[in-house]
Design a protein around this ligand. Structure first.
Ligand code: FAD
Length: 365
């Protein structure tokens, strides 16, 4: 039995902000949709991970969704509609975007594994197999929730969930909820749940709140730090650890309600709750792990792009190129893990990869 792989120059894996920006630039560089480049996406519909965000994450509570190149968010979604869930608005924008530029997005297709085959890559999916000369990986983090290991985790008789599973605060009414984590999602969800029930908040380090608004310089500094890390092959690390948590009016109110009285991490999980190193215990019904995500890169494991300690040495203008193999770009990884970063990184990756492969003629602006 012969399995013929579908041949394409560049496969883009993932159709979130990073994948769409990359696809736009490949299109601008003159690559033909289908044979020149193809986007494979696991999700059933346009929207990247945005389609899975919880309903109370609205356009007024997200940080900001940056425009994709060539078509403004405000052209599709009325900027006055601040209370619309991001899980509806962003997918609508991406859908219009894919249609406008006729981007060849093939879905739902899950990339299972990518192997190197001489001059080409073999991209195995739950549908066809593809053979590509270059890869732009833009699979984000949503598929890889991270929960740290604490002794006794399996013994807990209550409910444990991750940020990814959170829908509404009302679901927790009448229960005692322990929220773990010091990121933006953690404090937003803590704020919501604490309005309807009893909460406890634990974080590894003392959270730093910022009173003044986040400036573009702050953003650049945070990105520069992460960029420096990935160029040295280190694990990217969290942006909030650099920027601090913005004190929104909602968070100020939460602080006044006494909800932000943070406690240090517990040392063990018991059947009824958690225990700290000093012997103190708390009983809880729910442990909600708002402990973040990791880059979804397992399907690239056979390519051996990781160093021994798990980091990946990145190079190129915006650090999207894998130093061990310039035919592989990671967009939305490390310094480009934001909507604005993914946008810029998509342009850099498309240009550098087509140059590496010697394809595409028209230069994008
Ligand atoms: P995603 O949007 O996750 O897209 C990845 C795509 O790849 C998905 O469609 C997925 O189905 C697909 N995929 C994954 N694995 C495979 C596979 N094996 N095969 C095929 N397809 C696959 N950033 C901001 O700039 N502003 C914000 O306000 C903001 N708010 C955020 C709120 C939350 C709760 C979270 C978790 C993140 C937020 N971010 C925000 C960060 C945000 O995730 C990024 O900015 C950006 O949207 C990520 O885009 P992406 O394209 O890298 O990933």
């Amino acid at each position: 039995e012969v399995h013929l792989a579908y041949k394409v120059d560049i496969v883009v894996i993932g159709a979130g902000q990073a994948g769409l920006s990359s696809a736009y630039h490949l299109h601008e560089l003159g690559l033909a949709p289908g044979r020149g480049y193809l986007v494979l996406d696991k999700a059933p519909a346009p929207g990247g991970a945005w389609q899975y965000r919880w309903p109370s994450l609205t356009l007024s509570t997200v940080n900001r969704v940056h425009d994709l190149p060539g078509m403004a968010f405000a052209d599709v979604i009325d900027p006055g509609l601040t209370e619309v869930p991001a899980s509806q608005a962003v997918p609508r924008y991406y859908e219009a975007y894919e249609r406008k530029f006729e981007l060849p997005v093939y879905r739902p297709v899950t990339v299972k594994v990518v192997c190197a085959r001489g001059e080409r890559f073999r991209v195995e999916t739950d549908k066809e197999t593809f053979s590509a000369r270059g890869l732009i990986n833009a699979t984000g983090t949503w598929e890889t929730p991270y929960i740290p290991d604490y002794p006794g985790r399996e013994s807990f008789r209550g409910r444990q969930l991750h940020t990814r599973d959170y829908r509404t605060a009302e679901a927790f009414a009448g229960q005692r909820v322990l929220v773990v984590g010091g990121g933006i999602s953690a404090v937003q969800i803590l704020d919501e749940i604490s309005r309807v029930t009893d909460t406890i908040w634990v974080t590894r380090s003392e959270p730093r709140f910022r009173d003044r608004p986040f400036t573009p310089e702050d953003g650049r500094a945070a990105v520069a730090l992460v960029e420096d890390r990935v160029r040295r092959g280190l694990i990217p690390g969290s942006i909030v650890s650099v920027t601090g948590l913005p004190l929104t009016p909602a968070l100020r109110a939460a602080r006044e309600r006494g909800v932000l009285a943070r406690r240090p991490m517990f040392s063990a999980i018991t059947p009824e709750g958690v225990r700290w190193a000093d012997g103190q215990e708390e009983k809880v019904d729910v442990i909600l792990w708002c402990t973040g995500f990791r880059s979804s890169l397992d399907h690239l494991a056979p390519l051996q792009i990781r160093e021994d300690d798990g980091g990946i040495v990145m190079t190129g203008r915006l650090a999207t190129e894998v130093a061990r193999d310039p035919r592989i770009h990671l967009v939305g990884y490390g310094p480009s893990a934001s909507t604005i970063g993914a946008n810029r990184a998509g342009a850099a990756a498309a240009r550098e990869l087509t140059a590496t492969l010697g394809i595409g003629g028209i230069s994008a602006n």
